[in-house]
Ligand binder design. Structure first.
Ligand code: PLP
Length: 390
């Protein structure tokens, strides 16, 4: 998805792949809440037969996402995890191998370790921010490399163009989970073969749905993904697609404001005496600032930080916020604070979590669209809470 957030993207997002409904003139694509579609004669249908195989509302979202990203129509799924599952099934067979970023969404690790390992699909995890380590993790059986950048929740970055080169040199496919940065990072321009979204996050953006999408420019892979969408039955539901289409229309406005507010709040946290560490890609202190500026058009809405006093202090602060909500999820209009060690990344064993920087004291903040001054006041008050008052 190209351009500055908010610049020259609105037309494509609002109209790409969409048109008023031909039968009624409805400007918004209607919710086609129908299981099945009448056929004119045996073997003669209007492009839809049964909603597990395809549905007009879902198809509108799939076209729209494809137009926005500059690729074939997407395949949309019931959740982001369903999309990732189909990515693995479409690219890997028993005995084959995937390399993932070491910091990757906990559900992806759980799927590989507790479901796909039993089917003979092998996985390893590499610090993909170091291209030599990525290259070393690739084996003759590697068919896929899946990178999250920024990684959830530490926000460590991977040089996507470099990682694409290393992956392609080894003859594997390069997939990017771009959930944290729709519109502000363009994985296809940086060499990705597949882009993954949990549309649950910024794309739908209103904490109203769970959903996922896979996008590619490769016709054969798209066909395989489409086949698996039907065969495994994990397509998105029409109402979810309609809500996601509606959410998408304001994505450039939202992602620009998420990013602006997050930078203000990251600077506040960095200057706060009780905050010991802040990670935000567009902070001057961010170790990979140059890379962030090269491959991202904005910093995004996510901040990771630690509070003086370690885990207990971090948890006390998270339990004390009032305007921010303690909850899983990210990328929505409400500011959410999350404890990755016990929530989103609990499926990863504690020793491994610590080793990759997901400490028990790490706080993840998904900055919403409220006034940043109000969010700062809430965080300031929560950071000041002493143990006896928590
Ligand atoms: N990818 C990333 C980066 C995520 O943060 C998440 C969920 O938090 C997922 C994938 C999974 O998406 P879903 O929760 O929609 O299944």
């Amino acid at each position: 998805m190209g351009g500055e957030p908010g610049a020259r993207q609105f037309t494509r997002i609002i109209h790409g792949g969409l048109a008023p409904d031909p039968t009624t003139g409805a400007v918004l694509t209607p919710i086609f809440q129908s299981t099945t579609f009448a056929q004119e004669a045996v073997g003669k249908d209007k492009g839809f037969t049964y909603s597990r195989s395809g549905n007009p509302t879902v198809a509108a979202l799939e076209r729209n996402l494809g137009e926005i990203e500059g690729c074939l129509p997407a395949a949309c799924f019931a959740t982001g995890m369903a999309a990732i599952h189909i990515l693995f099934l479409a690219t890997l067979k028993a005995g084959e191998h995937v390399v993932c970023s070491d910091v990757v969404y906990g559900g992806t690790v759980r799927l590989l370790r507790q479901v796909l390992a039993d089917l003979g699909i092998r996985a390893s995890y590499a610090d993909t921010s170091d291209l030599a380590k990525l290259a070393a993790a690739i084996t003759p059986e590697t068919r896929l490399v899946l990178v999250e950048s920024p990684a959830n929740p530490t926000l460590k970055l991977t040089d996507l163009a470099g990682a694409a080169r290393v992956t392609h040199d080894a003859g594997a496919l390069f997939a990017v989970d771009n959930t944290l940065l729709p519109l502000v990072q363009e994985p296809f321009a940086l060499g990705a073969d597949v882009v993954v979204y949990s549309t649950t996050k910024y794309i739908e953006g209103h904490n109203a749905t769970v959903g996922g999408a896979l996008l590619t420019r490769d016709e054969k892979l798209a066909e395989k993904i489409r086949f698996l969408q039907n065969a495994t039955g994990c397509i998105q539901a029409p109402f979810e697609s309609w809500l996601t289409l509606r959410g998408l229309k304001t994505l450039p406005l939202r992602i620009a404001r998420h990013s602006e507010s997050a930078l203000v709040i990251a600077r506040f946290l960095e200057a706060h005496p009780r905050v010991t560490r802040v990670a935000y890609p567009f902070l001057d202190s961010f170790p990979q600032l140059e890379l962030a500026r090269r491959q991202q058009k904005a910093g995004g809405g996510m901040i990771a930080f630690e509070v003086e006093g370690g885990t207990a202090a971090g948890i006390r602060m998270m339990n004390s916020v009032k305007l921010c909500t303690l909850a899983e999820n990210l990328g929505a209009i409400e500011t959410l604070v999350t404890h990755p060690a016990s929530m989103t990344h609990a499926p990863i064993p504690a020793v491994e979590r610590e080793a990759i920087g997901i400490t028990d004291g790490l706080v993840r903040l998904s900055v919403g669209l409220e006034d940043p001054e109000d969010l700062i006041a809430d965080l300031e008050r929560a950071l000041a809470v002493q143990p006896e008052h928590a």
